[in-house]
Structures are given as C-alpha cells and as structure tokens.
Design a protein around this ligand. Structure first.
Ligand code: NAD
Length: 487
C-alpha cells in the first residue's frame, strides 16, 4: 500500500454485532469514479472471515432470540430498520455516489424509497400462514412455512443498497439470518447501514456484512455447509458458476442476472413519451442497470423521425459531476467497466453498426478525471451483432428497424436473456398481445424501468431464477413442512 492511501479511512466488517478487521490484515481501495481517486479502504475478507460470519448467523438462527421471536416482534424490528434508513437517507446517498458515481439526486430518491421494502416485508412477517389439508385417514394433516436458515446475499455495484435491501428485507421477515457481501468496488454503504442494526434492535449475528473479492470471500460463503440459501445478483457468468457450486449441496438459489432488453416502439406510439422512456431506459444510471433497454426496436415507418427526436433529446442531457443536481449523465462506476464499454463501442463499429451519437469520452472540463463516456447510439444494427446479443452494461443503445409485430416479437425473443422489455403503442390490443408473447420477467407498456416492492421481479432464460419483491419474494426464503397428526 502506498503512503498516500495510508491516510484514507479504514472501514471494518460487521460480524456478530461487532466491527471487525479482516483476518488477512489487508484492505482494498475503493475509488470515487468522478475523481478516479481512492477515498476509503475496504477490508479484504477471506474464507476465515466468511466462516466467522456464517457461524454467527447460524448461532443467531439456532440459539439466539431471533428464531424464537414472535413474527410480529421481528416485523417491528425490520420496520424500525426501515425508519432508520429513511432518517439517514441523505448521508447514505452521499456515500453511494462517492462509491459508484450514480447521481446524487437519483440516489436520494432511491434510498428514500428503500424503506418501503422493509416496511412491506415487516408487515408480511406475521402473515405467513400454513394450511390444513384434506386427508383420507383419521388424521390431521397440516403444513407450515419455516425459514430456511442462514442466507447469503451477494450483490453488484450498480445499485448497492437497493439490491442489498431487495434480499435482506424478505429474508429477515421470513425469519432467516443473513450474511451479505457487497461488490468489492462499492462496500461502503452496506457497512454504513450496519451502524443502524443495533439501534433497530436486531440481535447480534442476525445481519452480518463481509467485504472483499468474490472468489476470496463470496465463494466460501456459498460453499459453506451451514448456508441454506444463496441469493445472487450479478452477471450471468458468475451466477452460473455459483449455481453449480450450490448444486453440490442442493442449496436453494435465487439468481438475478443480466439482460439485453428490447424497447419496442410502434408507429402509433406517442413518440415524445417513447423518447423519454427509451432515454431513461438506456441512459439512466449510465446504462448500468440489469433492465437497461439496450436494444431499440423501432417501426420502420417512424425509424428516422424517432432517431432524430432521440438524438436531439439525448444531447440536452447535462454530463458531469454526479453531485450537481442538474446532471443527468454521470461517470461509469469503475475503471474496469469503463474500459469494457469502450471496447464494445469499438466492436460495434468494426461489425458495421452506424454510430449516430457519442462513442467517446466527453470533451468537457468537468469530466477530465472521471470514467465518463458520452451517451452512445448505434443505428443500422442487426440482431446478430455482438452489440445486440451481449450485455454492455453501459450507455450504448443499438437501434434495429422492424416492419411487422411478428418480426418485432421474433427479434425481441432472439436473445439468451429475458429480463425485461418495453412496448410503446396506442393500441392496447397490440400491447396485450406483445406482452403475452415476449419472453421476459417484466414487460412495461408505455412506461419503462418501474420496479416496486409489491410486484414480482426476475428473469426468464439466462436472466435468472426466482423472483424478488411482493409475496413471491418472501417464498424464496421459506420451506414447507407437512405435519400428520394421528392418535
Ligand atoms: P459480477 O457477477 O462480476 O459480481 C457480482 C457480485 O458477485 C460481486 O459482489 C462480486 O464480488 C461477486 N462475485 C464475483 N465472482 C464471485 C465468485 N466467484 N464467488 C462469489 N461471488 C463472486 O457482476 P457485476 O459486474 O458486479 O454486476 C453487473 C451484473 O449484474 C450485470 O450483468 C447486471 O445485469 C447484473 N445485475 C442484475 C440485476 C437483476 O436484478 N437481474 C440487478 C443488477 C445487476
């Protein structure tokens, strides 16, 4: 470690209600994507730390008060946690922005929305009812839903606290205990959140956070014999690897993976609304969302007009400091992702796509140090190009023309992913047909990127397994026991 990083704040992991240093004694730099400079040091956890955390979560589940607590009492603690997040939302938002470069205005809004997950699932905690079943002998047969036990949550860097909460809130409400691992680039908010755990009233060991690289600390969490559930949000490649590891012990798995979502604009759509939806879908969060509408399928009749409107609207977006309230396009979250996006822009050009906007670093003083890339639009794309098949996870839109609805459905479904899709049309009969035929876990009609705690979210095909949010979200963390009573 260089002398300059010695002066940076050193963060600690949170295990069994205690702040702990990594057993390795080593730390990783966490970098501000706006300045491209490190601003804090994050513990480099390893298998020993993973074991400590899983053992603590196991004790809390088996021996602590959490497992024996009335569900409504658990619900009150989870709800208070939500209240505390609400009270600390602005402070958490500032850290999130420093870690991953998302817009401050957007993060304030997102973190104020996160408590709804805790409040919603807190309310469900004492409503998990079993059933009495008809049986053909003189016995009573009934079933109850029991928590799985120790759950591991591994999340990426694009929306750290939000994706943490989508897993934590239902798992806790189900009565499970948790070990969470944030991404190595963005661990600070998950650790800051742990300052609220004690005040909310969680017994020690119920929520633990370990940090560091996936293969070093994440994998031992997944393979640990006491782990009962693995909830993973991240790339399809890592998800497939963790799925195979979990399969060895028949562990329950939920996977929220990548996407290559189509946004389909018909000629009868309100084009101005569609432009706003398409721009928000691909350039919101600088395209670093799993649900990014990265393929624009546009009806040939309005193709040129739509692309003109789209480029005109996109060029009005302010690019720069994510803390500036007028900024609409901030930096890419880290150096590795920045290079990956530039590589894809290069590939698209070589494959013959027609660059009609962006494609490079902005030539703006405010963007001189950070990982900035202009919003980029390629026209003349066909669905066989890599730019249309692979997830870029950046501000790069691939526009593909179509003539008939059937053709749009075929192109939309010609993807290994199936996370989300958008349909823009004034014809509700067509909207219904399209939303039934598209292979995706979420289909938005005349809107895009809406996600709520009430509504199931997840992927078809290689975009994932299982659902987050709503009642389905809590079922991931429960198992059903049938009990037969006879005299
Ligand atoms: P990633 O798969 O590289 O990493 C995600 C997390 O997994 C990180 O915490 C990382 O440290 C950990 N990890 C990596 N290798 C591991 C291993 N061998 N064992 C255990 N843990 C390991 O993904 P990323 O690049 O950080 O995130 C971007 C991806 O996440 C994109 O593909 C995006 O679509 C996806 N994503 C999906 C959703 C969804 O809800 N479907 C939401 C957000 C992001």
């Amino acid at each position: 470690m260089t002398m300059s990083t010695e002066s940076l704040p050193k963060l600690s992991m949170y295990i069994d209600g205690q702040w702990v240093a990594p057993t390795s004694g080593e730390y990783l730099e966490t970098v501000d994507p706006y300045t491209a400079k490190p601003w804090a040091l994050v513990p480099r956890g390893n298998a020993e730390d993973a074991d400590r955390a899983i053992q603590a979560a196991h004790r809390a589940f088996k021996e602590g008060p959490w497992g024996r607590m009335h569900p409504s009492a658990r619900g009150r603690i989870i709800s208070k946690f939500g209240d505390l997040i609400e009270a600390n939302a602005d402070a958490l938002a500032e850290i999130e922005v420093r870690d991953n470069g998302r817009l401050l205005a957007e993060m304030r809004h997102q973190i104020r929305y996160i408590p709804r997950w805790y409040h919603y699932y807190a309310g469900l905690a004492d409503k998990i009812e079993g059933a009495v079943h008809p049986c053909d002998k003189d016995a009573l047969s009934f079933s109850r839903h029991e928590p799985l036990g120790v759950c591991v949550g591994i999340v990426p860097w694009n929306a750290p606290l939000f994706l943490f909460s989508l897993k934590a809130a239902p798992a806790l409400a189900a009565g499970c205990t948790l070990v969470m691992k944030p991404a190595e680039y963005t661990s600070a908010t998950a650790l800051k959140l742990m300052e609220l755990v004690d005040e909310a009233g969680f017994p020690p060991g119920v929520i633990n956070v370990v940090t560091g690289y996936g293969p070093e600390v994440g994998e031992p969490l997944v393979t640990h014999p006491l782990t009962r559930h693995v909830g993973f949000t991240g790339s399809t490649k890592t998800g497939a690897h963790l799925y195979s590891l979990a399969a060895k012990d028949i562990k329950r798995v939920s996977l929220e993976l990548g996407g290559k979502s189509p946004n389909i604009v018909f000629d009868d759509a309100n084009l101005d609304n569609a432009v706003r939806g398409v721009v928000g879908g691909i350039f919101g969060a600088v395209g670093q969302t799993c649900i990014a509408g990265s393929r624009l399928l546009v009806h040939r009749k309005v193709h040129d007009e739509f692309l003109e409107k789209l480029t005109a609207f996109t060029t009005t977006a302010r690019i720069g400091d994510p803390k500036h309230m007028e900024t609409r396009i901030g930096p890419i979250a880290n150096a590795m992702q920045y290079q990956k996006v530039l590589d894809y822009i290069d590939i698209a050009g070589k494959e013959g796509a027609d660059l009609i906007l962006g494609g490079k670093r902005p030539n703006i003083e405010e963007c001189a140090s950070g990982f900035f890339i202009e919003p980029t639009i390629f026209a003349g794309v066909n669905n066989d190009m890599r730019i249309a098949r692979e997830e870029v996870f950046g501000p790069v839109l691939a526009a593909i023309p179509f003539d008939e609805p059937e053709e749009a459905i075929a192109i939309a479904n010609d993807s290994e992913f199936g996370l989300a899709a958008g349909v823009w049309t004034a014809d509700m009969r067509r909207a219904l047909l399209m939303s039934q035929r598209i292979e995706a876990g979420s289909v938005w009609v005349n809107t895009y990127r809406d996600v709520s705690y009430t509504t199931p979210f997840g992927g078809y095909k290689k975009s994932g397994i299982g659902r987050e949010n709503g009642i389905e979200g809590i079922r991931e963390f429960l198992q059903t026991k049938a009990i037969w009573l006879s005299t």
